[in-house]
Write a protein that binds this ligand. Structure first.
Ligand SMILES: *[C@@H]1O[C@H](CO)[C@@H](O)[C@H](O)[C@H]1NC(C)=O
Ligand SMILES: *[C@@H]1O[C@H](CO)[C@@H](O)[C@H](O)[C@H]1NC(C)=O
Ligand SMILES: *[C@@H]1O[C@H](CO)[C@@H](O)[C@H](O)[C@H]1NC(C)=O
Length: 167
């Protein structure tokens, strides 16, 4: 019995690793970490950050912040523009993170209290309906095309790995 690594087995293993990573990418597609690595903090331009994202219905918005410093206050448009904490829609101040699911289409507005809104801690996002699955009336956006190609490449990897393993 040969003990050296079978190159076909080796290739199949690599393909499975690839499958796992692409499946993970497909799952995390609907999650948006506010500010990416800069998190929810002063002196980040959240208008620029939001412009690089596509928010779809049922996606998740996640805020990370140092405990006790900043908070997340959902407000209406007027109070967003005024950096006003009056009559908030929702307010989250506990712990170090807050995750919310975007269950409605349209605009959401968030600010931080404690005066940090004036230091740039204000975020406005637009939540879009899910892109149509079948032939779309408009050309698909970059990110939805990427999602689809991710799913297709994962399917191709499963098929090919099954073929190599002779399943
Ligand atoms: C954030 O970036 C946008 C787009 O580049 C720009 O128009 C805006 O003035 C910036 N905001 C601040 C507070 O720098
Ligand atoms: C937002 O709420 C304030 C009260 O805090 C109200 O005066 C204002 O009209 C509201 N704005 C919108 C766009 O609903
Ligand atoms: C969004 O919808 C989910 C499932 O329908 C529900 O569990 C969750 O509480 C909703 N979140 C908000 C912020 O309304």
């Amino acid at each position: 019995m040969e003990t050296s690594i079978n190159p076909r087995r080796h290739a199949a293993l690599l393909l499975f690793l690839l499958l796992v990573s692409s499946a993970a990418a497909a799952v995390s597609a609907g999650m948006h970490v506010v500010g990416d690595k800069k998190h929810w903090a002063p002196d980040v331009n959240y208008t620029e950050w939001a412009a690089g994202e596509h928010f779809y219905l049922h996606d998740w918005l996640v805020f990370y912040y140092p405990e006790g410093y900043y908070n997340v206050i959902q407000v209406n448009e007027t109070n967003y523009e005024r950096c006003s904490e009056e009559n908030p829609i929702n307010k989250y101040a506990k712990g170090r993170s807050y995750a919310m699911q975007l269950n409605e289409t349209g605009r959401y507005y968030f600010i931080s209290g404690g005066g940090y809104c004036w230091n740039g801690m204000e975020l406005s996002i637009n939540v879009e309906p899910l892109p149509a699955p079948a032939p779309a009336p408009v050309p698909p956006s970059k990110s939805s095309a990427a999602r689809r190609s991710g799913i297709w490449s994962a399917a191709a990897v499963v098929g090919f790995a099954a073929f190599v393993l002779g399943v």
